[in-house]
Design a protein around this ligand. Sequence first.
Ligand SMILES: [Fe+2]
Ligand SMILES: [Fe+2]
Length: 480
Amino acid sequence: MNIAQVDYDGLIPNNVALGQDVRVKRALEKWHPGYLNWWNDMGPEGFQESLVYLRTAISVDPKGWAKFDYVRMPEYRWGVLLAPQMEGRKVNFGMHKGEDAWQEVPGEYRAMLRRLVVIQGDTEPASVEQQRFLGKTAPSLYDMRNLFQVNVEEGRHLWAMVYLLQKYFGTDGREEAEALLQRRSGDPDTPRMLGAFNEKTPDWLSFFMFTFFTDRDGKMQLEALAQSGFDPLSRTCRFMLTEEAHHMFVGETGVTRVIQRTCEAMKEAGISDPYDIDKVRKLGVIDLPTIQKKANLHFSLTLDLFGNEISTNAANAFHAGLKGRYREDRLKDDHQLESGTYPVLRLVDGKIQNEESSALSALNMRLRDDYVADCNNGVGRWNKVIEQIGIPFQMKLPHVAFHRHIGEFSRTNADVDGNILSPAEWTKRRTDFLPSAADKEFIESLMQPQFEPAKFAGWIAPPKVGIDNKPGDFEYVKIA
Ligand SMILES: [Fe+2]
Ligand SMILES: [Fe+2]
């Protein structure tokens, strides 16, 4: 069978020869109805019958893996797709470096590997749950379609992780696959596993910030897992990354279009002071300082996903060859890190400073640094738009110590520049940095649906080009 082609004949599209793997095929078929129940209960509310112009993966060939067509979301063909196996692939880091990559789970790493898969898997349905009401306030059919595309692909990412659980982890894998359908984002009794995935995504600016910042964490985690010595995990994550690129696109262009519209409206109205918030808001656009506050919130919540700066779990997963660094295969060192060091930002005697730590225990910090650099590139592109229109304002990432709940800075209150504040000062100035109730109320007041083809809500600019090169008046969602 040609791995690049996907078998679409059965219930579950796949390129893993599921037809010959009766046990796993049955297990997935048994899990399928529960998944559909979950999707119908927790997926996009009010649009399950609508026809959405979606892409579906039909191949894993990087040059042309998707086809576009109108689909009702519950009928989307969620499938199991792995990137092609690379002949002679080795474990590329850690104590097993140089051994053949594992096609089965090494017994001694079973628990650690299962946990990595479950944690990644748990984030996928969580974001669908967080975004389930957004369709109703979509600023255009184009944006609505992009939201639903992200949603169905997060659903597929859940399938990807559940396939690994069912195929490689026996009874406990099956139980974990069930539990992934039971937890609910934000539920006090059965929450999702990670904090940022229990937060609300109440408006479209939050959605764009989430896809910019939090899906980008997803990208970093997938990049690190794509390096895994456990080959099926590596291949799964490599294909997920092709889909993830679109989620980054939605976030980055979404925020850019909001910024662009604000700057254009200011220019037209002759407002040059970005801090003249009342005047800017009267134009029906979101003022730049509030956009900055939203970025502060989502960036800080997402940094918590990287865990403690110093982590034995991260060290163990690397040492074992299960989770590598960002683009491990392109780094030039011994890939074992037994003796190296890495600078880690720490809070020492009330001051934030760098301390050299063992490179192996500082892997979370390192991945976070790579993440921050990647975010900064995106912020630079936002600033180009502001500059081109000629508004004197620059977006920037807050200090990594700002508004943290996990790790080194969780016990202190830092402002966006990294100055340590007293608890009283923090309380007083909190809404200088983070959206206030009034900010949220203002943003929510703008969230009026715009469902006419070719039209966009007044607070966001139209995109430069359509999806799949469709013209501007294309009906991306036929609402039923
Ligand atoms: Fe995902
Ligand atoms: Fe994503």
